[in-house]
Design a binder for this molecule. Sequence first.
Ligand SMILES: Nc1ncnc2c1ncn2[C@@H]1O[C@H](COP(=O)(O)OP(=O)(O)OP(=O)(O)O)[C@@H](O)[C@H]1O
Ligand SMILES: [Mg+2]
Length: 216
Amino acid sequence: MLYLKNVSYHPPATLTPILKEVNLELAPQELGLIIGPSGSGKTTLLEILAGLAEQTSGEIFWRNQSLEAIHLQQLGGLVFQFPERHFCGGTILEELRLGHPELSSDRIKEALTEVGLEQLNWNASPQALSGGQQRRLSLAVQLIRQPNLLLLDEPTAGLDWSMRRQLAKLLNKLKHHWTLLIVSHDPTELLPSADRCWNIHQGVLTPIEPAILLKK
Ligand SMILES: Nc1ncnc2c1ncn2[C@@H]1O[C@H](COP(=O)(O)OP(=O)(O)OP(=O)(O)O)[C@@H](O)[C@H]1O
Ligand SMILES: [Mg+2]
């Protein structure tokens, strides 16, 4: 269980806090969806959960243990917004092995199969893939590390309608094995898979029933 208790983020440079006493609970194998407009604090919250920034107050627990940023870096796998812009391997194999040269072929095959890319030639360039395939590859790059918590920043942004649906289907499948927390300003395709939802507005997180949003 992921549990955030009164997590706030107020860097000295800003007049008001970017996150205000955020409380959140997410159980294993659940898909949590945080919905909010531009500038509401979504990416900031994911950066804190991934251990890339540190909250200025409040605590983050995993299985009842309070975690510091360094532990969160181990626990979480963050897929950035437009992850394909950060590819730096010359081949798919290089991309997956970056920072993990020891990874076995079996692990690589497993990760690619999980995201539906098992048929790809490992020596192909990530740049040669379609937009939807690139998103899948960036998911595999995180899954191969076997994180406890998969964090996704606007996973469907910039994809066309059919690719958005395909990706939503894949994320729905992934929650059978992983715990996912997704932030998005446009959650239409993701809503049916969500077990828990929150709205975020100016750093304030408010729970909302997914069923209520689905009816809208
Ligand atoms: N390091 C920082 N220092 C000062 N202000 C920051 C910093 N990082 C983010 N902000 C501000 O915090 C607010 C939230 O930013 P954040 O990127 O988390 O929003 P977001 O919900 O992800 O927006 P978008 O949908 O546009 O990606 C914004 O007003 C932003 O300008
Ligand atoms: Mg953002």
